[in-house]
Ligand binder design. Structure first.
Ligand SMILES: Nc1ncnc2c1ncn2[C@@H]1O[C@H](COP(=O)(O)OP(=O)(O)OP(=O)(O)O)[C@@H](O)[C@H]1O
Length: 244
């Protein structure tokens, strides 16, 4: 479990977090959704240890191995698809296990036949699939994903979301997913945290008990959760932009 206890963080002159507390549950996907600039990336960076809190405490991350998916794929362009995964696995698993993991994860996202291609030969969606694959394959205690489906069109995005659901079901892990898109949260979140504008506070905390394989966005209870998230986000938006 990752525990943020009354965390405060200022970046430059911006008070991003103030007395922020959250417990991230083990073996579940926690989605974080909220207005642009409210501090979602900052939260992930604090959990990853890339930033330190000014006040408060973060526990459960000491010695933890973290996998991080950024908004852009961040691939090693001079390495092949398989080598991109092998790179993060070196010194972590045996060479034989490395080959097994590469095959298993590339097959799961339909990229095994591209294992010897270089990233420049892949489409944007394929590159992001590889980045996700690499993050899942790395043996981690928790996986942090920052808008991993951003800049993909809707069909591609939904395909990738379904793929992440399948990978997670094959190997349930502790995941924190930051997204702008309610649909991502409905399809992947066991728990959805809706944040306010800066400094971020938790406006809603929704648990979705439907198994990932059975999620259908037009079948209750998901439309109800969709309406609930939208209402909270719209009310928050009205506070920030009363004239919109
Ligand atoms: N290094 C920095 N120095 C000063 N201010 C920063 C820095 N990094 C981020 N900020 C500010 O902190 C606030 C929170 O940024 P953060 O990236 O965490 O928000 P976010 O919710 O992830 O935004 P978005 O949804 O638009 O990606 C923003 O107002 C941003 O401008």
């Amino acid at each position: 479990m990752i525990k943020l206890d009354r965390v405060g963080k200022t970046l430059g002159r911006t008070r991003v977090l103030s007395d922020f507390s959250l417990c991230v549950e083990k073996g579940k996907i926690t989605c974080i959704i909220g207005p642009s600039g409210c501090g979602k990336t900052t939260l992930l960076q604090l959990m990853a240890g890339l930033e330190q809190p000014d006040t408060g405490r973060i526990t459960g991350t000491e010695e933890a191995r973290v996998s991080y998916v950024f908004q852009e794929p961040r691939l090693l362009l001079w390495k092949t698809v398989a080598q991109n995964i092998a790179f993060v696995l070196q010194d972590v698993v045996t060479p034989a296990r490395r080959q097994e993991l590469i095959k298993e994860y590339l097959s799961m996202v339909g990229l095994y036949e591209y294992r010897d291609s270089y990233p420049k030969a892949l489409s944007g969606g394929m590159k992001q699939r590889l980045a996700l694959c690499r993050a899942f394959a790395y043996p981690h205690d928790f996986l942090l994903m920052d808008e991993p489906f951003k800049s993909l069109d809707t069909p591609l995005r939904l395909g990738l979301v379904r793929q992440v659901a399948r990978i997670w079901q094959a190997n349930p892990q502790t995941v924190v997913l930051v997204t702008h898109d309610i649909m991502d949260a409905l399809l992947l979140g066991h728990r959805v945290i809706v944040l306010s504008a800066r400094p971020a506070a938790i406006l809603d905390d929704i648990r979705i008990d439907v198994p990932l394989a059975q999620r259908n966005v037009v079948q209750e209870p998901l439309p109800g959760y969709h309406a609930r998230m939208l209402a909270v986000l719209e009310a928050e938006n009205k506070k920030s932009f009363p004239n919109l």
